[in-house]
Design a protein around this ligand. Structure first.
Ligand code: HSE
Length: 309
């Protein structure tokens, strides 16, 4: 029986100031999804590993089954599909865990059927995975996991997604403090009204960040990694956020912020050595405060989801 395996990378959504409109993929971690045809005429999740028993095996309640069913509807197929999901990252961590699972399932099943859809056509389906997981169909995790690199969602209606240039050799520190912050909850606490003064500041930073990536201007990227709207509120859910930010900037991080909806945080760095040093500093600091965490050093992922041999 033919099996197709896909690796879909984790992501850093928002990139500090671009709430719901910017995200980049990182090389590690990422989920693996294996799909094959079955003879039951329905989608069956046959195995989930790495979730500590937290994810449902019911295909309609799990993002992988849900998006595969949407894919089958879209191509008008009654074929049954078996899915194995290998979670390689913590749930509710801010690393785009549900997005990586949805994207992995869609890219794998698309390959299994001979690629009837383009990656751009898979995007709205993967966004429905986000709706199931968090109550909102945002694209800033799924789009970079599908397409790789840094992605801008210029508009949701109509959906208009732009892959931005991202040529610099940038390194990413990711630290996951062991506190639970479900995305749905982290979205509810955000204020729905923003003052014009703050909106103008935020627009300036978003434009600066995009300009910085387009012109390879690391200092402009650093100056623009500021969020005056979301971070002041969400950072309250993350232990020692201000201290970690200061520590990272004191050790030459280009910028620092919340990864997606948290609780993971990330630092963008110019060199692997700087990134390793910051990862160690943050890990030691949180440990000294009795906060358990994982830290890793990775890079911006340029390819997005890939089919594995
Ligand atoms: N843009 C989304 C949010 C990403 O910040 O809620 C969720 O990971």
């Amino acid at each position: 029986m033919k099996k197709v395996k896909c690796y879909a990378p984790a992501t850093v959504a928002n990139v500090v100031c671009g709430y719901d409109i910017l995200g980049f993929a990182i090389d590690q971690p990422g989920d693996e999804v294996v799909v094959s045809f079955n003879t039951h005429h329905k989608t069956v999740i046959t195995k989930i590993e790495g979730d500590h028993g937290k994810l449902p095996l019911d295909a309609e309640k799990n993002v992988v089954g849900h998006v595969v069913n949407l894919f089958l509807d879209k191509i008008n197929s009654k074929q049954g599909v078996d899915i194995e999901l290998y979670k390689k990252m913590p749930l509710n961590s801010g690393l785009g865990s549900s997005a990586a699972s949805s994207v992995g399932a869609l890219v794998a099943v698309n390959e299994l059927f001979g690629n009837p859809l383009t990656r751009e056509e898979l995007l709205p389906l993967s966004m429905e995975g986000e709706r199931l997981a968090s109550g909102n169909a945002h694209a800033d995790n799924v789009a970079p996991s599908l397409l790789g690199g840094l992605v801008l969602i210029r508009s949701y209606d109509p959906l208009d997604v732009v892959k931005l240039p991202c040529e610099m050799d940038l390194h990413v520190v990711s630290v996951h403090p062991h506190v639970d912050v479900p995305t749905g909850e982290a979205r509810k606490i955000i204020r729905q009204q923003v003052s014009l003064k703050k909106a103008v500041e935020q627009w300036g930073n978003i434009a600066g960040l995009v300009a910085g990536f387009c012109t390879n201007d690391v200092e402009l990227i650093g100056r623009s990694m500021k969020d005056v709207i979301i971070e002041p509120i969400r950072s309250m859910l993350i232990p020692y956020f201000a201290e970690m930010k200061q520590l990272s900037l004191d050790h030459q991080a280009i910028g620092f912020g919340i990864s997606g909806s948290g609780p993971s945080v990330f630092a963008l760095c110019s060199s692997h050595e700087q990134a390793l040093n910051i990862a160690n500093q943050l890990y030691s600091f949180l440990s000294s405060q009795s906060i358990e965490c994982e830290s890793l050093v990775t890079k911006i992922n340029k390819q997005g989801a890939i089919i594995l041999p």
